[in-house]
Design a protein around this ligand. Sequence first.
Ligand SMILES: C[S@@+](CC[C@H](N)C(=O)[O-])C[C@H]1O[C@@H](n2cnc3c(N)ncnc32)[C@H](O)[C@@H]1O
Length: 381
Amino acid sequence: MPSLPTPSPAAAAHSQRLQQHIRDEIARCGGWISFARYMELALYAPGLGYYAAGATKFGAAGDFTTAPERSHLFGRTLARQVAQVLTETGGDVLEVGAGSGKLACDVLLELQRMDALPARYAILELSATLQARQREQISAQAPQLLERVQWLERLPQSFSGVVLGNEVLDAMPVHLVTRQQGMLLDRGVSVVDGQFSWQDQPLNTGALQQAAAALDLPAGYLTEINLAAPAFIASLAECMTRGVLLFIDYGFPRAEYYHPQRNQGTLMCHYRHHAHGEPFFWPGLQDITAHVDFSAISNSTPDLQLLGYTSQANFLINCGITDLLAQTSPEDVARYLPLANQAQFLLSPAEMGELFKVIALGKGVEMPLLGFVRGDQRHRL
Ligand SMILES: C[S@@+](CC[C@H](N)C(=O)[O-])C[C@H]1O[C@@H](n2cnc3c(N)ncnc32)[C@H](O)[C@@H]1O
């Protein structure tokens, strides 16, 4: 375990309250909960979980940075793909897991510039504190567009248009499974001497067992299985009449995700810009994530068709990020240089360009999507 910054007494006390909440749940459940339930509580327990309480989370003062936090270019470029779909399908935008609200601002403002605004920009966000932050952000950056924004408590009964989600699927709770001595095991959490402790249980039945058995894991292999994300995509498909789902996240197709050499999985925690692998470290004060198995997302439901899957770099280039950059003259060094650095961060294979992927799934949409028209035959599901 690397040495990590010590939390303030108030933050430590907050984490202690969440730890007690999780210990109580473990006791109620007979001494064991799945890791997915632990992760769900650590991130989303009302008023206590990492996303459900007041930690800064995003940006330099928080724990990690996402593409929309890093640059307006991300949302502005994505808006071009959104505009193309809305022109074809009509309807609205629904953003899932809108974080600080920056992506919503950038997409809305660019759609306004393009004269392609939808009547409604809906946001589905689990965290009440983040909903408040999103409202503040939009009121400050795009007050004239606030009346179009609507926060939803649950998925709408019927929706057409574009669904957006950046770094949402990686924040959904994952199960941990391992194969030991020929047996599949569900790695969960118990309490030993008041501390969280790993405990494996045989995995014999149910959806998790079926998903794990299908992977044919080698001996000693430990990995994650995300049942929540494909179920969420299937729920979106049920309420969508016509339109496109666009999800951006870090991850791989199945063969790469469950590669024999990736034998300890991809679970990762982020605490004040330190990445580490210890999810029991100060629960509630750090993010917990796992990479996305994009094959599972693509196969979530037969009701959606795969319209595109490519790297973030290829997607943004196809959507015209370089045209947006070219709107600022290189001679205007003070404005151009930061923008060029941001574009480099979004596009470079050493930064976000290659690890991050974009997947588009659609219903009733036949046209080739702007972001996937050129290049990148290597990205297959
Ligand atoms: C890593 S943050 C990304 C935030 C933002 N999209 C960005 O790129 O900066 C994950 C976000 O997803 C939200 N979230 C996770 N699961 C969700 C779900 N099932 N429904 C709605 N929001 C969810 C979290 O509350 C949080 O806002």
